[in-house]
Each structure stands twice: as structure tokens, then as C-alpha cells.
Design a protein around this ligand. Structure first.
Ligand SMILES: NC(=O)c1ccc[n+]([C@@H]2O[C@H](COP(=O)([O-])OP(=O)(O)OC[C@H]3O[C@@H](n4cnc5c(N)ncnc54)[C@H](OP(=O)(O)O)[C@@H]3O)[C@@H](O)[C@H]2O)c1
Length: 290
């Protein structure tokens, strides 16, 4: 297939491109480096020239922190809706949107609400489309995964409150495998939560990451949640992940049943294994078939 991939330079996009190219697809990568800026492609007409000769479109553009230069509205909502409208006009057979776990009826953050708006528009425009909602993704090269690996290696590991927040991390290989399956699935028109098989606490997740780096058990420092929230008011300018809304989303916790993903993939999501923290999608997928 000829596949237009937005966000091709990102963590998810790079992994999708590598695995789908290997599988024989022709990837047409788009990103700001190739001249496509979502802030300025908010009309369907902006997209139509890029869709000539394209069989499938995957949108993996996204940001975790909005700034004045990079607001959520054009990146997560307006440009994707323009792209999906152009896809409907051009008769593109398969459209796959990378959304996020929690971009559903319970959404409250600007991040999730902007993602949900695009997802809803896509469902209405194209009943055969796929909307994939990944949980926290780990694997080599992931921005958040590398941040947490670093945090886990500190001699004293700060915890948010008691560190018992629930996570359901998923490997990038399962995200990419799901995208690959969407391309030939005989059952289109699905919204799939891409979550790991097991739920772990934030503290246990950091402990696993620490052990995977060959380090012994760490000393943890529980920090009251309202202190962390106050600190995030300043840290939000320092690191994209340290946003007050990201903390609220972590505290809310998101859980989804992994069974629909397992049904769709024909296998269970990958189990945690220390080496998987350091593997990209292609490496982890070949590891699973050994
Ligand atoms: N990673 C996770 O754990 C995770 C979990 C759930 C959902 N998601 C969602 O998945 C999507 C991708 O995540 P990721 O981890 O791959 O993020 P990433 O590594 O930061 O990549 C983001 C991509 O978006 C592109 N982009 C940013 N601003 C743009 C703009 N103005 N115009 C065009 N492209 C722009 C970047 O391209 P440039 O090279 O031009 O910057 C890059 O290719 C996001 O929507 C994210 O919310 C991620």
C-alpha cells in the first residue's frame, strides 16, 4: 500500500514507518521537516495534493504540552479534521488515527478533549476508520519512557504521593502491530484501547525500570500531591511532561480491558521484560517470533 504518515519523525511515527516499510509498504512521510506544519494545514484543500496515489493515511502527530506557538487546537483537532475530510473527499480506503487512552466521554484535559474532537469527527466522516488509543508507551526512543528511565536511576526517587497511581504501559511494538493489523483487517470501524496486559503502580513501574538498568532497589521519597502540583506550575516550563493537567490525568488513572486488543492482534499484548525497555518496535516484534 502507499501510506501517508503524518508525525513520521516522532517516536510512534518512526516505529510505524520502519515496520511497515519492512513489510513492503511504501511510506510517504510527512512532518514539519517535509514542509507540513499542522498549524497551517487546517483546511481540506491543504491536504488534497498530498493524497494523490495514497491508499491509507495514518495520523500520529501530537504534543503533550501546548504552548503559544504550538496550541492543541490546530495540531490535535483542526488539521486532523481537515485531513480526514480530505480523505473522505478523496475516497481514501483506510484512515488510522493515533489518539490517546482517556480521549473518551470522561475526558477533562485540553489534551484529551482536543484529541477526542478529532476522533469524533473521523468516526462521523468515515465509519471504516480506526481510532487507536494507546496508554503510556515504552520502548527505545520514547520521550516519556526515557524520562522515566532517568528518574528511576536517581539515587533517591521522588514519588507522587504514595506512588500508587495505576498505569497500564504498553510496548511500542504492540502499537505498531495494531496499526499494521488495521491495514488489512476485515473488521474496520473500530476504536481500540492499546493497553498492556497488566496494571502496575507508578512506584512499581519505576522500580522495574531501575532493575532493568542493573540497579539495586532505590530509596523512594513520597512527595505530597499538592506539593508536586505546586512544583509543576514552575516545572511546566522546564519539561513537557511536567504539566499540571498531566498530573491530574495520572491521578485520575485510566484503565482499559486488554482483551479487545488481544482479539484484534491474535495474541496477548507483550509482557514486561527488562530488555524491552531498550528495544524499538521492529526489534521487539522479531524477538517475539524467535
Ligand atoms: N508516546 C506515548 O506514550 C503516547 C501515548 C498515548 C498517545 N500518544 C499520542 O501519540 C502521538 C504521537 O506521540 P509520539 O510519542 O510519537 O510524540 P513525538 O515523538 O513527540 O512526535 C510528535 C510528532 O508530531 C509532529 N509535530 C509536532 N508539531 C507539529 C506541527 N506543528 N506540524 C506537524 N507535525 C508536528 C512531530 O514532528 P516534527 O519533527 O515536525 O516536530 C513528530 O513527528 C501524540 O498525539 C501523542 O499524544 C503518545
Amino acid at each position: 500500500m502507499n501510506i501517508l504518515l503524518t508525525g513520521a519523525s516522532g517516536f510512534i511515527g518512526r516505529n510505524i514507518a520502519a515496520v511497515l516499510s519492512q513489510a513492503g509498504h511504501r511510506i510517504v512521510p510527512l512532518s514539519r521537516q517535509t514542509g507540513i506544519d499542522f498549524r497551517h494545514t487546517t483546511a481540506p484543500a491543504n491536504w488534497l495534493p498530498s493524497l494523490r496515489g495514497i491508499d491509507a493515511v495514518i495520523n500520529s502527530v501530537g504534543i503533550i504540552r501546548e504552548t503559544r506557538q504550538q496550541p492543541f487546537a490546530p495540531l490535535h483537532r483542526d488539521a486532523p479534521i481537515a485531513l480526514f475530510t480530505a480523505c473522505a473527499d478523496a475516497g481514501i480506503r483506510r484512515v488510522i488515527q493515533i489518539s490517546a487512552l482517556g480521549a473518551d466521554e470522561t475526558a477533562f484535559s485540553a489534551y484529551h478533549l482536543s484529541k477526542r474532537a478529532a476522533d469524533e469527527a473521523l468516526r462521523a466522516l468515515d465509519p471504516d476508520s480506526f481510532i487507536l488509543r494507546p496508554s503510556l508507551i515504552y520502548g527505545r526512543g520514547g520521550g516519556s519512557a526515557e524520562f522515566f528511565l532517568r528518574l528511576a536511576s536517581w539515587p533517591v526517587i521522588p514519588l507522587i504521593g504514595d506512588g500508587q497511581q495505576a498505569l497500564q504501559p504498553v510496548h511500542i511494538a504492540d502499537v505498531v502491530a495494531c496499526v499494521r493489523r488495521c491495514l488489512d483487517s476485515p473488521a474496520p470501524g473500530q476504536t481500540i484501547d492499546i493497553v498492556g496486559n497488566k496494571t502496575v503502580t507508578f512506584a512499581a513501574w519505576l522500580e522495574r525500570m531501575r532493575a532493568a538498568q542493573g540497579l539495586g532497589p532505590g530509596c523512594t521519597l513520597p512527595i505530597p500531591i499538592h506539593w508536586v502540583m505546586s512544583a509543576f506550575q514552575y516545572l511546566r516550563h522546564v519539561h513537557p511532561l511536567c504539566q499540571p493537567d498531566n498530573l491530574r490525568m495520572l491521578l485520575k488513572g485510566y484503565h482499559a480491558d486488554p482483551a479487545p486488543l488481544a482479539d484484534f492482534l491474535g495474541r496477548a499484548p507483550l509482557d514486561f521484560s527488562p530488555e524491552f525497555f531498550f528495544l524499538d518496535a521492529q526489534e521487539a516484534l522479531s524477538w517475539t517470533t524467535r
